[in-house]
Design a protein around this ligand. Structure first.
Ligand SMILES: NC(=O)c1ccc[n+]([C@@H]2O[C@H](COP(=O)([O-])OP(=O)(O)OC[C@H]3O[C@@H](n4cnc5c(N)ncnc54)[C@H](OP(=O)(O)O)[C@@H]3O)[C@@H](O)[C@H]2O)c1
Length: 291
């Protein structure tokens, strides 16, 4: 039995759909916070169990009988994220799960300027100390996060960013498929994975060029100071904590934290990964399937 947490989220749903295609629904359990939100699993034939990372007892029950649990990291910021992930690891241990898998991030390291990468490193360290067999999936930076960060600018024709560095933006749907492949063959994936990324890394200036090419009109890239970028985001209504988090992603990219690329993802997929050009084309042409 394989339990997937975050099963009402984009990645969790994608992992489950890929596992259904490969092995059918019978040995899958979707672990969710809100059972109502997960009612669509009934027609897919997937069992659903309730479990929030806030409650170790409920989670332990949700994980009972599982050989593997995929802990999809919570979309929560700061120390709270670490606390929740520790709870999930503790619950999996208490339930006697054979292998714990966790969705980490490329460039995860203590002290990263990108706060989630620091929290992922903390969770990885906890997982390594847990004594359980584990796999930490070092996901590439979601291409969808790139769209969320700069999509408006690309559509407006002027992309204003702080100084950046190359990022190997990777489609979340490819990562969901790769995670499913790893779950099927997890004994061969012990410890921290190689970076699971698309094969090329791009700077913001290059992304503006690609967007210009796709849309047929010039998208200018303008580099602004960190403070100017932060002030503009907050003036536009972005909460400070979120604006600082995004600024941290630019600062970490400058250090080269997200520049790595590796064929591991494409080897798992058995096909080319989705390129940033494909993702941008769908977005700029408003394809509702770009997710
Ligand atoms: N690699 C990257 O570039 C990147 C970018 C963005 C995010 N991420 C990470 O990847 C994760 C998965 O991505 P996604 O696109 O699937 O995110 P998503 O659509 O926002 O889904 C997040 C899932 O986590 C669940 N969750 C949140 N807090 C929880 C808790 N306390 N206990 C149990 N479940 C909880 C949510 O449940 P509800 O449906 O009940 O809210 C949801 O199912 C994110 O949560 C984030 O940690 C990675």
């Amino acid at each position: 039995m394989i339990v997937i947490t975050g099963a009402t989220g984009n990645l969790g749903k994608g992992v489950i759909d890929n596992l259904i295609k490969k092995c059918g629904p019978n040995h899958l359990i979707a672990s969710v916070r809100d059972l109502q939100k997960a009612s669509f699993y009934q027609e897919k034939g997937v069992s659903v169990r309730k479990g929030s990372f806030d409650c170790i007892d409920d989670l332990k029950t949700a994980f009972e009988g599982a050989s593997q649990v995929l802990i999809v990291s919570a979309n929560t910021l700061g120390e709270e994220a670490l606390r929740l992930h520790r709870n999930a690891i503790d619950a999996a241990k208490l339930a006697g799960v054979n292998r714990i898998l966790y969705t980490s991030h490329m460039g995860a390291r203590v002290g990263s300027l990108f706060a989630p990468a620091d929290q992922h490193a903390g969770t990885e360290a906890y997982l390594a100390k847990s004594g359980a067999a584990y796999t930490s999936l070092r996901h590439g930076f979601y291409a969808e996060s790139c769209l969320a960060m700069i999509g408006d600018g690309l559509k407006r024709g002027e992309l204003r960013t702080p100084e950046d560095g190359p990022v190997s933006w990777t489609a979340r749907s490819d990562l969901a498929q790769a995670d499913a492949e790893i779950l099927i063959d997890s004994e061969n994936w012990n410890g921290v994975t190689l970076p699971l990324t698309a094969p090329q890394a791009w700077t913001m200036a290059e992304i503006a060029e690609i967007a210009s090419d796709i849309s047929g009109r010039r998208v200018r890239h303008v580099v602004v100071s960190d403070q100017e970028w932060l002030d503009a985001k907050m003036a536009a209504g972005m909460p400070k904590i979120y604006a600082e988090l995004l600024l941290g992603s630019f600062q970490a990219s400058r250090r080269g934290d997200f520049a790595a690329t590796h064929p591991a993802l494409e080897n798992l997929l058995g096909r080319p990964a989705r390129t940033i050009r494909e993702v941008l084309t769908a977005f700029l042409r408003e394809d509702p399937n770009h997710q």
